[in-house]
Design a protein around this ligand. Structure first.
Ligand code: PLP
Length: 381
């Protein structure tokens, strides 16, 4: 296997003994944002439920939700109120022109999402919200390390949520955080420390093993076993009760916040290398200083996406089709529909070295050309 799309941003030693001696989290994250208060939740999806409840949004009201996001967000919003779906731009962020068309007298909130670590234009969104008297709930599940005007996102919203599930760029193996303008209810104690630590070690060992598998073993295991398990668990929403982070989790998160800027820089360098090497016909987000590259989504013609994915996996590139679905009713968010049909994520995490990124770009180019029947020089240095 050359590289997987995901990797834990931690080594085994970090898991056993996180290096930060004083566990201050979440204060260091609050300092990077425009918020004064935070409440830990079991997940980001439950933090979204918490934000909707704190904003006193009721079931008869409507919330503008991106048509292109994960099922968990859709389920979380549906628990409290009525989602109304808004199309996305080519950069996977909310399309405010479409948002204006989706407004009704019942619209009470808007939920912009920094998908794949790409910052939404929160200043425009905040202006739009002020004009229409909407609460802004910012979904930063994929955006720790994503900047806006050189600051961590979470500066211009009323509430902001983060995810610390595994494979996020700061993980505590399954918890989330709600940033809010006022203090929330006190969290209950977390009773699962040992369980979480064992699970995280298990995931780490499992990821390392998966990374060592040849593509012909990885592909069926992923498609027949892992993807169906992930799908079946992807949209369950546990009770939305604030739950304290254990000291171990806080130390783990402190440690990952310290190492985050370096990891983001590595991801950005990887993005630059991909951008210089991928062929015409494969679209990607233009490299940007403020993007944290939680993922590196590429876009190809929809009929090429599945064969490209299958052949890349055969050749050891653990790409993923996140997300090959939209949450909006078919046809209502046309850009989202198209992006979902053409998307593939290439590996970009900070555990990959430059030569491997170059090799992945080379394999992707070869396979794409085979499939497309194209030829020509591709380096755009
Ligand atoms: C954009 C986005 N929002 C929300 C969530 C939900 O996060 P969690 O799994 O912590 O509930 C995810 C999940 O990965 C996500 O990617």
């Amino acid at each position: 296997m050359l590289a997987l799309t995901e990797s834990l941003p931690l080594g085994l030693t970090d898991i056993f003994s996180p290096s930060a001696s004083d566990s201050m989290f979440p204060e260091p994250l609050l300092e990077l944002t425009g918020f004064q208060h935070s409440q830990p939740y079991p997940s980001c999806r439950t933090a979204i439920v918490g934000a909707l409840q704190a904003a006193e949004i009721g079931s008869e009201q409507e919330v503008l939700v991106p048509g292109y996001t994960c099922y968990a967000v859709q389920r979380a919003v549906e628990q409290v109120t009525t989602p109304v779906y808004v199309d996305v731009t080519e950069e996977y962020t909310m399309d405010l022109t479409h948002a204006a068309r989706q407004m009704s007298p019942d619209t009470a909130a808007i939920l912009p999402t920094h998908l794949f670590g790409t910052p939404c234009n929160m200043i425009e969104i905040a202006q739009f919200a002020t004009e229409h008297d909407l609460v802004v709930i910012e979904d930063a599940a994929q955006a720790i390390g994503t900047l806006l005007n050189s600051d961590q996102v979470a500066q211009y919203s009323d509430y902001c949520t983060f995810s610390f599930r595994f494979y996020k760029d700061a993980t505590a193996f399954g918890s989330g955080l709600l940033l809010s303008p006022t203090p929330g209810p006190s969290p209950s104690a977390d009773g699962q420390l040992l369980d979480q630590r064992l699970q995280l070690i298990g995931i780490k060992l499992f990821t390392e093993t998966m990374g060592a598998l040849p593509g012909r073993l990885y592909r069926p295991l992923r498609e027949r076993v892992l993807d169906p398990i992930a799908r079946s668990r992807s949209d369950a929403v546990e009770p939305a009760e604030p739950t304290a982070l254990s000291r171990w989790q806080r130390r783990l998160l402190d440690h990952q916040l310290d190492t985050l800027p370096e990891r983001v820089r590595t991801r950005q360098n990887h993005a630059d290398r991909y951008a210089a090497r991928l062929p015409d016909g494969i679209d990607y987000l233009e490299p940007a200083d403020e993007c944290s590259y939680f993922r590196f989504p590429i876009q190809v013609a929809s009929e090429l996406r599945d064969p490209l994915s299958a052949r890349l996996r055969e050749r050891g590139v653990g790409c993923s089709k996140m997300y090959s679905y939209t949450v909006a009713p078919e046809g209502t968010c046309q850009t989202a529909d198209r992006l979902a049909d053409g998307i593939l994520n290439l590996p970009i995490h900070a555990g990959i070295d430059r030569l491997t990124i170059d090799r992945i770009a080379e394999i992707t180019t070869d396979v794409y050309r085979e499939l497309d029947g194209a030829s020509g020089t591709v380096v755009r240095e």
